[in-house]
Design a protein around this ligand. Structure first.
Ligand SMILES: [Zn+2]
Length: 216
């Protein structure tokens, strides 16, 4: 099965994509991980990627495409895959549509979470400045306010988790993703999963949506 998973930041997209890959015995292709790996390995591609990111620009479609196409040639990807983080724009979706091995996507699973829930989830996160342990003001508060349970160091809010940053990221996500959703809806490939809930519940909904739709 060839799958795409879409979802806003904080919707648990990566977790659900990994779950789907395991349950369906297909490979998980996460473009974010692949980009970070190239940068870490300092490959020629990685150097081009970090140059773009350092210049404050988006990684160009062609670069991400090169990586995905290369990954699809690996033998373990022949049996199917779940794409996570790609396509991110309608341009990428249109490019996929004319690319061997990517033009026959069978299902696009869109994880839907109300913006208000995402903002509450993300803006309540606290990270330990020493060991990186994560807490949440509401869902898993530390025993002493502002102090890490594990190592006793101070907790802070990562810039990415600040409410105003989350709001901006959600705006960008919706602007870029709506055309993709419309495109795949038109193809009859889109399934929407209610992803507001705990991980296990959302996993069950996701696998059910995918297997129901895939069986048709
Ligand atoms: Zn700590």
């Amino acid at each position: 099965m060839k799958l795409v998973v879409l979802g806003p930041p904080g919707a648990g997209k990566g977790t659900q994509a990994i779950m789907l890959a395991e349950r369906l015995h297909i490979v998980h292709i996460a473009t974010g991980d692949m980009l970070r790996e190239q940068i870490a390995l300092k490959t020629e591609l990685g150097t081009r990627i970090s140059r773009t990111i350092n210049a404050g620009q988006f990684v160009p479609n062609e670069l991400v495409f090169e990586l995905v196409k290369k990954r699809l040639k690996d033998s373990d990807a022949k049996g199917g895959f779940v794409l996570d983080g790609f396509p991110r724009t309608i341009e990428q979706a249109l490019m996929m549509d004319v690319t061997d091995g990517l033009s026959d996507i069978e299902l696009v699973c869109s994880l839907a979470v109300p913006d208000s829930v995402i903002i509450e989830r993300m803006s309540g996160r606290l990270t330990c400045s020493q060991c990186g342990a994560m807490f949440h003001l509401v869902y898993s508060p530390p025993q002493a306010a502002g102090i890490c349970d594990d190592c006793g160091a101070g907790l802070y809010q990562r810039p990415d988790d600040k409410a105003e940053t989350v709001v901006e990221r959600l705006k960008l996500y919706h602007a870029r993703t709506e055309p993709i959703i419309n495109f795949y809806t038109g193809r009859g490939l889109l399934v929407t999963v209610d992803a507001a809930g705990d991980i296990a519940t959302v996993s069950e909904r996701t696998i059910r949506a995918v297997t129901d739709k895939g069986a048709r």
